[in-house]
Design a protein around this ligand. Structure first.
Ligand code: AMO
Length: 398
C-alpha cells in the first residue's frame, strides 16, 4: 500500500485472515485506491519496520486494467510514454522526489529574496510587445488584434524600478517558441527574475545572486534531508564568491580569441569542464559580455568606460547556463538608441520608455531558469523531467 509517506506492507495470513479479504486482494487491480483498517505489528522484514494486518479493506476506486504505464515496475519506459501518462509516472517516489526538490528550491528562493528586502511581484503574461527577440515569440489572438505571450518579465520588472519599488522579484511562467528540440529548452518554463535599484556596478548584482543561490541550496538540503529525500545529499555546496571569468578569457579557452561570438551549448560544456578542473567550482560567472554579442539585448547597459563591452554576465553551473543578467541602460536617450540599433521601433515601446522619462534609478538584475536548475541538480537527462506537465514544440497535453 502506497501513499505520500511511502509504502506500507499489508499482510494477510492464511488461516487467520478473513477469506473474503483474500479474495478481494487477489483480484483487485494494482493502483486501485483502498482504505485499510487493521493492526500494525513490528516487523524486521518490512522496510518501514511495521506490517499492517487488516481487519477491513474498503475499495475507494478500482483502477482499470491494463495500466498504460507501470508504477512499480523496474523496467524504465521511454520519456514520451512517461509524459503521455504523466499522472501515473508522477506516482513513482523517485519522480515525486524531483518535485519535492523543486518546491523546496522555490521556497528557499522566496525566503532569500524576502530577507533581502525584495518585494514579490507578478507581471502580465499577455503582451503587445516582446523583449527577447522576435524568433521565439508566441502570437495569440487577442480579440481583434495580435498579442504575444511574455518571454520574460523584463520590461515590467524594470518599470517597477521606475515605480520606486527598489527591489522586486518574480517567479512566474515564461514562454518561448523554441523551434529547436533540445534537452535544455522548453516552450513554457519558470523564470525567477530579480531587479534591484541603485546598484553600484555588475558585481553587486552578482553577489546578490550568488548568495541567494547558496542560501537556497542550503535551505533545500536542510528541508529535504530529514524527510528522506534521496536528492538532499546530492545537492552541491555553493560557496560564494563564485569565480568570475571574463568572456574574453572564455574565448581564449575556446581557441577563438576576440571572435565576439555567443557561447553555444558545446562551448559552455567545454568551459564547465575547464573551470571544474582548474578551479574546482561548480558555479561560476562569465562576465563582461561584448556589446556585439548582446546587440539584441537593448536593455543591457553598454559600459561607459568601454562601449564595446556590457556589464552582462551568465551564471553557469557545471557547463550549463542557469541565469543571465547585468546592469541596465537607465538613460532614456541611450535606451532609444539601443532599441533602434537592435532593429526595434521605439514607438512600440512607449509604455516602457515612459518609465524612464520621469526619474529612473540606475538598476540591474537577472533572469534565472528554475527548470534548468532542477534539471541539473536532480541529474535528470532531460529538462522536461523537471516539469510536471512539460510543454515543447510537439507536446501540448496532458
Ligand atoms: P535569458 O533569455 O538568458 O535572459 O533567460 C534567462 C534564463 O532563463 C532560462 N531559459 C530557459 N529555460 C528553459 N527553456 C527555455 N527555452 C529557456 N530560455 C531561457 C535560462 C536562462 O539563463 N530578460 C533576460 C534576463 C535579465 O537580463 O534579467 C532573459 O530573459 O536558464
Amino acid at each position: 500500500m502506497r501513499d505520500v509517506s511511502g509504502t506500507t506492507q499489508v499482510t494477510l495470513k492464511k488461516g487467520t485472515a478473513d477469506p473474503a479479504l483474500f479474495a478481494l486482494l487477489a483480484e483487485l487491480p494494482r493502483e486501485s485506491v483502498v482504505e485499510v483498517e487493521g493492526t500494525p505489528r513490528r516487523s524486521e522484514k518490512s522496510h518501514r519496520g511495521v506490517e499492517l494486518f487488516p481487519t477491513s479493506i474498503r475499495v475507494l476506486t478500482r483502477a482499470e486494467v491494463p495500466l498504460p504505464l507501470g508504477v512499480v515496475d523496474k523496467v524504465g519506459a521511454d520519456l514520451d510514454t512517461r509524459f503521455n501518462h504523466r499522472v501515473l509516472d508522477l506516482r513513482k517516489p523517485g519522480v515525486r522526489a524531483v518535485f519535492e526538490l523543486r518546491s523546496a528550491l522555490l521556497d528557499g528562493f522566496r525566503r532569500a529574496f524576502l530577507e533581502r528586502g525584495f518585494l514579490e511581484v507578478e507581471t502580465p503574461k499577455l503582451l503587445r510587445q516582446g523583449a527577447e527577440g522576435g524568433a521565439t515569440l508566441f502570437r495569440v489572438d487577442y480579440f481583434d488584434r495580435p498579442a504575444y505571450l511574455a518571454q520574460s518579465p523584463q520590461l515590467y520588472k524594470q518599470m517597477l524600478i521606475g515605480a520606486g519599488f527598489e527591489r522586486v522579484f518574480e517567479i512566474g511562467p515564461a514562454f518561448r517558441a523554441e523551434p529547436s528540440d533540445t534537452v535544455r529548452h522548453l516552450t513554457e518554463f519558470t523564470s525567477l527574475d530579480a531587479e534591484m535599484s541603485y546598484i553600484d556596478g555588475a558585481d553587486e548584482i552578482r553577489s546578490t545572486l550568488e548568495s541567494v543561490v547558496a542560501e537556497t541550496l542550503r535551505y533545500a538540503r536542510d528541508r529535504l534531508g530529514p524527510r528522506g529525500n534521496p536528492l538532499a545529499d546530492t545537492l552541491p555546496v555553493a560557496t560564494p564568491p563564485f569565480p568570475r571569468i571574463p568572456f574574453a578569457t572564455c574565448e581564449e579557452w575556446l581557441g577563438r580569441p576576440g571572435a565576439e561570438q555567443d557561447l553555444g551549448t558545446e562551448d559552455e560544456k567545454i568551459l564547465g569542464t575547464r573551470v571544474m578542473q582548474e578551479l574546482d567550482a561548480p558555479f561560476y560567472f562569465i562576465t563582461d559580455f561584448p556589446t556585439a554579442v548582446k546587440a539584441q539585448t537593448f536593455y543591457a547597459a553598454r559600459r561607459d568606460d568601454n562601449p564595446k563591452l556590457t556589464g552582462y554576465f551568465d551564471l553557469d553551473f557545471r557547463g550549463v547556463e542557469m541565469a543571465s543578467g547585468g546592469p541596465r541602460e537607465h538613460r532614456v536617450a541611450a535606451l532609444r538608441q539601443n532599441l533602434e540599433s537592435a532593429g526595434f521601433d521605439p514607438a512600440n515601446f512607449e509604455g516602457y520608455l515612459e518609465a524612464f522619462r520621469f526619474g529612473m534609478p540606475p538598476h540591474g538584475g537577472w533572469g534565472f531558469g528554475v527548470d534548468r536548475f532542477v534539471w541539473a541538480l536532480a541529474g535528470l537527462s532531460n529538462i522536461r523531467e523537471a516539469r510536471l506537465f512539460p510543454r515543447d514544440r510537439y507536446r501540448l497535453e496532458p
